[in-house]
Ligand binder design. Structure first.
Ligand code: WTA
Length: 653
């Protein structure tokens, strides 16, 4: 029977522990006293962290909290781009490499901090020439090339909030974001390289701008040199930026000056313009980047594989690492071009020491097979990170063994576009990690798991993940939609931020993320998380990836239907024997209650462009309905293939 106040059953158990080696622990940036210092006085703790930034005027008060609105470091003034660039150059670090850029076709650019600063100053001067002033919004729609970071930093330098729109989004999605933020300028490129070919971006901008908008100019980076239609609103980046002065004295902006808007790629409804400001955001991204990734800027080569179009790219490619003076790898293309070992080849080539990626890519690598990572020397790696989804224990172990050579601590980092920076994660030199758990809130952050009445659940129990204290990098609202901000995040529990995720505490109080609460299934009155059943499936030797949904069932309310991708080398079949083996495996791992009613073998799963599985569409298939709106899928054909595959499997039965 389910407990009255228990919101989620606690099913899977895991007892493997991986403490840091003594050597790693001794040299780590974050030492165990970090937690005690933060707990003693969280505001004084954040005050101390903020002091590691360069401020032009000091703040008079750390926090002004009028729930649900926070202001941090009141009255302080600073410039984000100065913190990311000028500071390093003026302190003699100008010749350090900021980016090792690798284009998909294999073209290479090495960009130092001094060069990046010059480029950003020139771009800032170009924006000024185009009439952009502090407060004006600029939309950025770019491939993964260094100019994307330059454009963001140039906007920040002159106080113009940027709104980066992921380059994979359609013209329609771009237009709605341009309209919502009322952008005055769009920065784009002719195109970029992906999957072995040039793709075009500029035509989508032209298409978008056929709609209603107040965009005056479109600034176009030349990347692919493909044929590009031109209007008198368009300006080539290389023409206007090249002739600018490389002098630009940055102005200071208020700590609460808007830094950027980033639209969440919601699976339903109109996207939300998540809005972040300057001082608090920079403080928390810099602190977490330094402590969670243990960055040693003189010696590390750090690579975050995200796109700048997502929050991970904002916080852990552009702002956090540059403020910390890190050397990074930036890669334009896809992980399987021209071969499935591309990422590993680049790790070896640049001697990458810290890799930050997503479970979707880790599981894809598992599916492709161990021979690809094994063909390259990955011994430079010393720390691995994961973000974006719950990482199944099996994928975690594979990441540790095959990529990390059993040598590297893994930091599974939980956070959101809304939180701006990492909130829950191990500290790599302190925490004994457990495969599949994000472990604990980082120092200075308060996260709890609560029941329906906002009462904290005990160890061994599941519930809703909430944040009950304001934090420096929290969103300051939804752009132009105050009511929606309150309604979306602050209404489920009065005065408490509810993140939308389910979580459980294990017997030692470590936090296990269980996916979005809307992905919870209800089987015979038991609330079971899709994540736990998926992890059980992935722990079977034949399975690379699994997605689980609850489908309406006359007997049990909902029944579990699993979509499974087999590992490389396992014969692809809807074979009865494998089906039975997998169902029994889940029953053994979790209990008979979680045994899937049906297991369907597929080749692909429907994912959003940021790699999150769209279970809603699978549920349509499982319930034999027409598949709903699939426009946010990375590959719109996937649902057709899944439905067709199942039809032919049925007719063979
Ligand atoms: C999920 C990405 C489990 C979660 C930075 C969250 C995770 C949503 C993890 C935010 C993790 C992110 N373990 N789930 N380590 N990291 N999530 O806004 O559901 O793209 O609410 O930010 O991703 O996604 P977003």
């Amino acid at each position: 029977m389910s407990q009255d106040h228990e919101s989620l059953e606690n099913l899977l158990s895991e007892d493997r522990h991986f403490p840091p080696t003594a050597q790693f622990a001794a040299a780590a940036n974050a030492q165990p006293d970090e937690y005690a210092r933060a707990d003693k006085d969280p505001l004084a703790f954040w005050d101390e962290q903020a002091k590691s930034l360069q401020w032009d005027s000091p703040w008079s008060k750390t926090l002004d909290w009028q729930s649900p609105y926070a202001k941090w470091f009141i009255g302080g003034k600073l410039n984000a781009s100065v913190n990311a660039l000028d500071r390093h150059v003026s302190q003699g670090r100008g010749s350090r490499v900021a980016f090792h850029f690798e284009g998909e076709p294999g073209d290479v650019r090495t960009i130092t901090y001094a060069e990046l600063l010059t480029e950003v100053k020139k771009a800032a001067n170009a924006l000024i020439e185009l009439g952009i002033k502090a407060g004006d919004r600029v939309a950025i729609y770019m491939p993964m090339i260094p100019e994307a970071a330059v454009a963001m930093l140039a906007c920040a330098r002159i106080g113009a909030p940027h709104s980066v729109v992921f380059g994979g989004f359609s013209a329609e999605a771009l237009l709605s974001r341009i309209q919502d933020a009322d952008a005055k300028l769009v920065i784009t490129a002719d195109g970029g390289f992906r999957k072995g070919a040039a793709f075009a971006l500029k035509p989508a901008v032209d298409e978008a701008l056929k709609g209603q908008h107040n965009v005056e100019k479109v600034l176009v980076v030349q990347r692919t040199k493909q044929e590009t239609a031109w209007t008198n609103r368009d300006i080539w980046w290389h023409e206007i930026v090249a002739r600018q002065s490389s002098e630009h004295v940055a102005e200071s902006f208020d700590s609460e000056h808007p830094l950027f808007i980033l639209y969440t790629s919601g699976t339903t409804a109109k996207p939300k313009g998540i809005f972040h400001t300057t001082g608090g955001y920079l403080t928390q991204v810099a602190y977490t980047h330094k402590m969670v990734f243990d960055i040693k800027p003189e010696t590390d080569v750090y690579w975050c594989t995200a796109d700048v179009g997502w929050i991970t790219g904002h916080s852990y490619i552009v702002y956090g690492p540059l403020i910390n003076g890190a050397t990074q790898v930036m890669y334009e293309g896809t992980p399987d071009t021209p071969h499935k070992g591309r990422i590993f080849e680049l790790i070896a080539k640049y001697g990458v020491t810290i890799l930050y990626t997503a479970p979707t890519l880790i599981r894809t690598w598992m599916k492709w097979g161990d021979e690809f990572p094994q063909a390259h020397d990955l011994t430079s790696l010393r720390l691995l990170g994961s973000v974006g989804e719950p990482i199944n224990p099996e994928a975690w172990m594979w990441y540790r063994e095959v990529i990390g050579g059993n040598r590297c601590p893994i930091v599974d980092t939980w956070w959101q576009t809304e939180t701006g920076a990492i909130m829950i994660s191990p500290l790599p030199g302190v925490t004994a990690t457990k495969p599949g758990s994000a472990m604990n809130a980082v120092p200075g952050i308060s996260a709890k798991v609560v029941d329906d009445n906002a009462v904290a659940v005990g160890n061994g129990r599941g519930g809703y993940l909430i944040l009950d204290q304001p934090w420096p990098s929290m969103l300051r609202g939804i752009w132009g939609e105050d009511e929606r901000y309150k309604e979306t995040y602050w209404s489920r529990f009065d005065g408490i931020y509810f993140a939308g995720d389910g979580a459980k505490l294990d017997d030692e109080g470590a936090i296990w993320l269980l996916g979005r609460v809307d992905d919870v299934m209800n089987v015979s009155g038991h609330r079971i998380s899709t994540t736990e059943v998926e992890s059980a499936l992935v722990s079977h030797e034949s399975v690379a990836e699994a997605a689980v949904v609850g489908a309406a069932d006359a007997m049990t309310g909902q029944a579990i239907v699993a979509f499974v991708i087999l590992r490389g080398g396992i014969e692809h079949a809807n074979g009865d024997e494998l089906n039975k083996a997998l169902r029994d495996h889940v029953a053994k791992q979790i209990g008979a209650i979680a045994k899937p009613r049906q297991i369907l073998i597929v080749n692909e799963l429907p994912k959003t462009r940021s790699g999150k599985i769209m279970r809603r569409l699978l549920k349509d298939v499982a319930e034999d309905r027409a598949v709903g709106d699939a426009t946010t899928l990375a590959d719109p054909n996937v649902m057709k293939l899944i439905s067709e595959g199942l039809q032919s499997a049925k007719s063979e039965d």
